[in-house]
Design a protein around this ligand. Structure first.
Ligand code: ATP
Length: 275
């Protein structure tokens, strides 16, 4: 499923958040969106999914303009993993995952045995099958995040859009979810799903060998392979702190801010002397 956006301006009735945005992903591609807090990543994802209307330009999904597609048709083509939140009603984790099957049912259809099996399989695949009967609103932030990822897996859509999918996950679950993303894209076979994700960790773009779109203040400032887009200069400029990009012995790239020591105390000892 190909997702394409051109000349996109994004934002809210109160004002624009981003301009001149263009991107494209297809089967087997992983696109990693990076940029500082508030630069417009979530707003862009929501616009790409038709949850927010573009202020200019357009988005096409599978060759058709988004505004021509019904919500159900968009849901058959694209699954969304939003940042984890607690809903007002006490659904079980399994019920939340079953919601991912809704777009696949006929109008007014109820999920059947196959849908429950698919939902349970998605929970099990993420190592949280034991949470199926638990109240979603009482789960931890990381557990909720995994349930939302399971919902997207159960949806079986060819495009998966994930907003900070690893943000509240522990070290092991971060690695597990990244491996899942790589498997979904099936990069080696080239016949996988298309994945778009946001992250605050540039190392993940290297680990996934993803295409990168680096944003600052609503504009794209670098794009391409991580080696080209995520240079020390680009990361330092965008995040406003000195960043070094180094290779470990195994060849893995690691991006780290340099924690410069404060050069001089701002209050001298004389100033503190009581006279
Ligand atoms: N519903 C809204 N109405 C008006 N402005 C909004 C709304 N949601 C977000 N914004 C503003 O749009 C800008 C971009 O926000 P957005 O959530 O897209 O950033 P982000 O890059 O995803 O940030 P973060 O990394 O902190 O999640 C911010 O200035 C934010 O205050």
């Amino acid at each position: 499923m190909r997702l394409q956006a051109e000349g996109l301006a994004i934002g809210y009735p109160g004002g624009a958040v981003g301009h001149d945005l263009a991107l494209a992903v297809g089967p087997g591609d992983i696109l990693c969106l990076l940029g500082p807090n508030g630069c417009g990543k979530t707003t862009l994802l929501r616009t790409l999914l038709g949850l927010l209307p573009p202020l200019a330009g357009g988005v096409s999904l599978g060759g058709e303009r988004l505004e021509r597609l019904s919500r159900a048709e968009i849901a058959r083509r694209a699954a969304y993993v939003p940042q984890a939140h607690a809903p007002p009603f006490p659904f079980t984790a399994l019920e939340i995952v079953l919601m991912g099957r809704t777009a696949r049912l006929p109008p007014f259809g109820q999920p059947g045995r196959a849908d429950r099996a698919a939902a349970l399989a998605a929970l099990t695949r993420l190592g949280i099958g034991d949470l199926a009967a638990r109240d979603y609103s009482q789960l931890s932030g990381g557990q909720r995040q995994l349930v939302l990822i399971a919902r997207a897996l159960a949806q079986e859509a060819p495009l998966i859009v994930m907003d900070e999918p690893t943000a509240s996950l522990d070290f092991g679950n971060q690695a597990r979810v990244l491996a899942e993303i790589a498997a979904l894209a099936g990069a080696a076979r080239g016949d996988g799903r298309a994945v778009v994700l946001t992250t605050h960790d540039p190392d993940q773009a290297f680990a996934l060998n993803a295409q990168v779109v680096l944003m600052k203040a609503g504009r794209i400032v670098a794009r391409g392979a991580p080696e080209n887009a995520l240079t020390s200069a680009a990361l330092s400029e965008v995040y406003g702190v000195p960043v070094v990009v180094e290779r470990t012995q195994s060849g893995r790239a690691v991006c780290a801010p340099t924690l410069a020591r404060q050069s001089a105390p701002s209050i001298t000892s004389e100033a503190l002397t009581i006279t």
